[in-house]
Write a protein that binds this ligand. Structure first.
Ligand SMILES: Cc1cc2nc3c(=O)[nH]c(=O)nc-3n(C[C@H](O)[C@H](O)[C@H](O)COP(=O)(O)OP(=O)(O)OC[C@H]3O[C@@H](n4cnc5c(N)ncnc54)[C@H](O)[C@@H]3O)c2cc1C
Length: 470
């Protein structure tokens, strides 16, 4: 069965030009932190008189699903790695929308604080106790409750169902959403893809002795079998880090981590490194080699300092450099894990193997309709590759050269700044994305973002424009 959403009318060809939205919403796949941060910023900007699109999330599960137990990414008790003050509005610099001295900018920041982490605690009546307890990191479950609170407060509209197809349509996007056997079509002026994507995996999971991330968390939430005394975890990023912590500290298991690098590196969290996460000013002035090195040292295949500190308490965690090239089960006994490193191959034996190599960031290319697929190929000059897409991301975190914006913050680290794929600067992420629909909005280096990308002439005075839009 198929029906068209009554939410929004079908677009007539060319009616939704980049740099405007004509009343059509911005669509986000997934109702996680990025969708909620965008909904909050959109609401605050609209309340202040800016003509930005409303945000509509399409979610197959529930708000902040990936931060709750039973969904395959956590048991809900794991602690958030980032400071909770890096919340939906962080870094609260709203100069995309006016000069730093403009009272409008201060007003926007002020309105945003109403959706912050501490606002949530104040609402719960637990703020003073949280301070007295030494500002502990929230669990993923507590973080999900915060996100849900903010989504409600921002009136985030959510369409329930799984996005099965994303197609370009009359200058906008059209999503085919499946829910309980029936399809709904939802249209919008732009599309944001959020979430880590389904786990790709380097070995084939069998659900018993070889698990993927989702299998692991579902099992750990129930009960980890006693026979799983020695576990090999494949991967050395944050997904692997939380699994290793759960195994070693939550279940007293012996863990060997197979990492593609020399050891289990920690995330750099010095003020100098953090600066680029909160404020990517001058990021694009860095050489490509320096940007790649920065991401490798501080973000990819590193454990957070929180995880590292916890793991220091256990003597049961070791590592093996290399890449897993295959696993061989032996009936009900241990699994053989073949590891290749430096041209040599060796075999480890484990009771249980967990493939924690993370999600596939290009998963969305599988759901693109033929027009969108063709347009993406033409914008990239060939088939979508990780490196090709990463290089094509513009200031609004969208792929340059598409007829309607496709924002890919998870792939924006290399071109725009390391904080965009994660929780480090959700406020700035929202400014960048929403600026695509307001011709005079500015990017961090002072150039008018949407005007630049859409060929719309820049407005003369931001102060004047602020007055116009109030
Ligand atoms: C366990 C874990 C802990 C992390 N901790 C931190 C941290 O402390 N700090 C940090 O900076 N980063 C952290 N990250 C990394 C990253 O920042 C977060 O994963 C990311 O910010 C999540 O936000 P999001 O909005 O992109 O997506 P998510 O919160 O992952 O939400 C994506 C949503 O999309 C839905 N969805 C997916 N596909 C479809 C579809 N086809 N149709 C409909 N709905 C769909 C999912 O159900 C999900 O609700 C963590 C990641 C994980 C997995």
């Amino acid at each position: 069965m198929s029906h068209t959403s009554t939410l929004f009318p079908a677009a007539t060809a060319g009616s939704w030009a980049t740099g405007g939205h004509d009343g059509a919403p911005l669509l986000v796949i997934g109702a996680g932190p990025k969708a909620i941060a965008l909904a909050v910023k959109s609401r605050v900007l609209r309340a202040a008189g800016f003509d930005v699109p409303e945000v509509v999330a399409v979610e197959r599960d529930c708000t902040a699903a990936n931060w709750r137990e039973g969904r395959g990414w956590t048991n809900g008790r794991q602690r958030l790695g980032t400071l909770p003050e890096k919340d939906l509005g962080f870094p609260y610099d709203c100069t995309t929308w006016g000069d730093s001295g403009d009272p409008l900018v201060a007003e926007l920041a002020q309105r945003m604080t109403g959706f912050g982490w501490t606002g949530h605690l104040l609402d719960l009546g637990t703020y003073a106790r949280w301070i007295d307890r030494g500002r502990p990191q929230p669990s993923h479950r507590e973080w999900a409750a915060y996100l849900e609170w903010a989504a409600r407060r921002a009136d985030l509209r959510t369409v329930t169902g799984e996005v099965r197809r994303a197609e370009l349509d009359g200058g906008g996007w059209e999503l085919t959403v499946e829910d309980g056997g029936s399809d709904t079509v939802v249209r919008g002026c732009g599309l944001v893809v959020s979430g880590p994507g389904p786990t790709a995996g380097v070995v084939t999971a069998d659900g018993t002795r070889v698990l993927d991330t989702g299998d692991f968390w579902r099992l750990a939430t129930r009960e980890l079998p006693v026979w799983a005394q020695h576990v090999v975890v494949i991967g050395a990023g944050e997904t692997a880090g939380s699994i290793v912590r759960e195994l070693a500290l939550g279940h007293d298991r012996r863990v060997t981590v197979v990492t593609p690098r020399a050891t289990l590196y920690s995330r750099g969290e010095s003020p100098f490194e953090n600066r680029y996460y909160s404020d990517p000013t001058s990021w694009t002035d860095l050489t490509e080699a320096d940007r790649l090195e920065f991401i490798r040292r501080t973000d990819r295949a590193v454990f957070s300092q929180d995880v590292q500190n916890d793991l220091a308490e256990s003597a049961e965690v070791s590592w093996e450099p290399g890449r897993v090239v295959g696993t061989r089960p032996s009936g009900t006994g241990p699994v053989s894990v073949d590891v290749s490193y430096g041209g040599r191959q060796r075999t480890l034996h484990a009771d249980l193997v967990v493939d924690a190599t993370g999600g596939d960031p290009l998963w969305f290319t599988d759901i693109l309709g033929p027009r969108a697929d063709e347009a993406l190929r033409s914008a990239l000059g060939g088939a979508a590759s990780l490196r090709g897409v990463e290089r094509a991301i513009g200031t609004t975190l969208a792929v340059d050269g598409l007829p309607a914006p496709l924002h890919l913050p998870n792939l924006a680290a290399f071109a725009q700044g390391p904080g965009f794929p994660n929780l480090s600067s959700l406020g700035l992420l929202s400014d960048r994305v929403l600026s695509a629909y307001v011709p005079f909005a500015r990017t961090e280096n002072g150039s008018p973002a949407a005007a630049h990308e859409a060929g719309v002439p820049a407005a003369a005075s931001l102060a004047d424009q602020g007055a116009l839009h109030r």
